[in-house]
Design a protein around this ligand. Structure first.
Ligand code: GLN
Length: 386
């Protein structure tokens, strides 16, 4: 066989998605890949039924169905305080996953550098390699996952084309403070760098903290490429709906990448998802409150295991320090958990640049009953370690 592409040798298949397959194989409660086990809002299900009988079974406009983009622009105006032109500032994508790839490919040339905070969502390293860019890693230091200003500044001095920012952050649960974001913006302006943000958890920020939308910071819009998704906000990860929001100049490029990568996101799902985008304000506060309850419930079980863990300020992931359990590494621990405890998590090393094998990542986007069942099983783990 001829030799396949060398660029694929620099990364593995997703460890997160691999853990879901392992969990399914062993019938474990799946707290690895972050997705809910509860239904989307009733309004979305009804709209989906209607859409199946409508005239939306062929390609939508490649950069997004007009009705969907208009609803998206209204929702962004309401929640992010930006005046978005649905025809010039948006490309609808297959999830934020495609949006990030489009963002990278629209801005980076082979050989360009990109700043990535570590730990990071595992897609970013693969996105960088696929677009030919070289990541420069800057550590987010536990327990509060702050960055060191000097380390960030020296990364910027290496003339990166872009910095990737996940806020709220997967996997740490960090919510970047306004002052931190202003510091990043100041450096990005000084070094003329794009800021590619990934914000699918914008509505999952636990009080008293609030989400700061990077593109809405003073002067930030033109250099910011916002990637976002409807997956988490409306509990529809399988619909694969996301978007890129950026200046008209960047969007003109992003449309080209998107058009030749995927042509478009599923047309009937775009029509149906308008019902989600039109949700009243109360929907978002109820969503946040229900996740705050799940968070409290799950963290209480973790506290009872006696294992140290992160306290997520946003999103729905927790990093648990499994060091005291004495496994040879996090992968061995994750496999033991799936097989013998019946709970799946993700080996933390897949999120770190540093050789860090002390953590498992769990998520709590599950029904309270599921979290109780998983929590009871995890308590056995605490005993195994004591
Ligand atoms: N963001 C989710 C996670 O970290 C998964 C998203 C995906 O698999 N596309 O688990």
């Amino acid at each position: 066989m001829p030799r396949t592409a060398t660029r694929l040798e620099g990364f593995t298949e997703s460890v997160i998605r691999g853990m879901t397959r392992l969990a399914n194989e062993h019938g474990a409660i799946n707290l690895s890949q972050g997705f809910p086990d509860f239904d989307p809002p009733e309004a979305l299900l009804a709209a989906l039924e209607t859409a199946t009988r409508g005239p939306h079974h062929q390609y939508a406009v490649t950069w997004g169905a007009p009705r969907f983009r208009r609803a998206l622009a209204r929702k962004i105006g309401r929640w992010n305080g930006l005046d978005i032109d649905p025809d010039r500032h948006l490309v609808v994508t297959c999830g934020s996953t495609e949006a990030m790839m489009v963002g990278m490919m629209s801005t980076c040339n082979p050989g360009d550098r990109v700043i990535v905070f570590s730990p990071f969502y595992e897609n970013y390293a693969a996105d960088a390699i696929l677009s030919g860019a070289e990541p420069i890693y800057v550590s987010l230091r536990p327990p509060h996952f702050q960055f060191d200003r000097d380390e960030l500044e020296s990364a910027f001095r290496r003339s990166p084309k872009a910095i990737i920012l996940c806020n709220p952050s997967n996997p740490t649960g960090k919510v970047f403070r306004r002052e931190e974001l202003l510091e990043i913006l100041r450096l990005a302006e000084e070094h003329d760098t794009f800021v590619i943000t990934d914000e699918p958890y914008e509505h999952l920020v636990y009080p008293p903290l609030e989400h700061t939308h990077f593109a809405a910071l003073p002067g930030a819009f033109d250099r910011t490429i916002t990637c976002n998704s409807l997956s988490k906000t409306y509990s529809i990860t399988g619909w694969r709906l996301g978007y890129v929001q950026a200046s008209a100049e960047v969007i003109a490029r992003a449309r080209k990448v998107h058009d030749f990568l995927t042509v478009g996101a599923a047309a009937p799902l775009q029509e149906a998802a308008v019902a989600g985008l039109e949700s009243p304000d109360a929907y978002y506060s109820e969503l946040r409150d229900s996740y705050a309850r799940k968070r409290a419930l799950f963290l209480d079980y973790l506290r009872r295991t006696g294992l140290a863990h992160s306290e997520p300020e946003g999103a729905y992931y927790v990093m648990v320090d499994i060091g005291p359990l004495g496994f040879s590494d996090d992968t061995a621990a994750a496999e033991f958990l799936v097989r013998d405890i019946g709970v799946a998590g993700v080996p933390g090393s897949s999120f770190f640049r540093e050789p860090e094998h002390r953590y498992l990542r769990f998520h709590f986007a599950k029904k309270e009953d599921t979290l109780h069942a998983a929590g009871e099983r995890l308590l056995k783990l605490g005993k195994a370690g004591s």
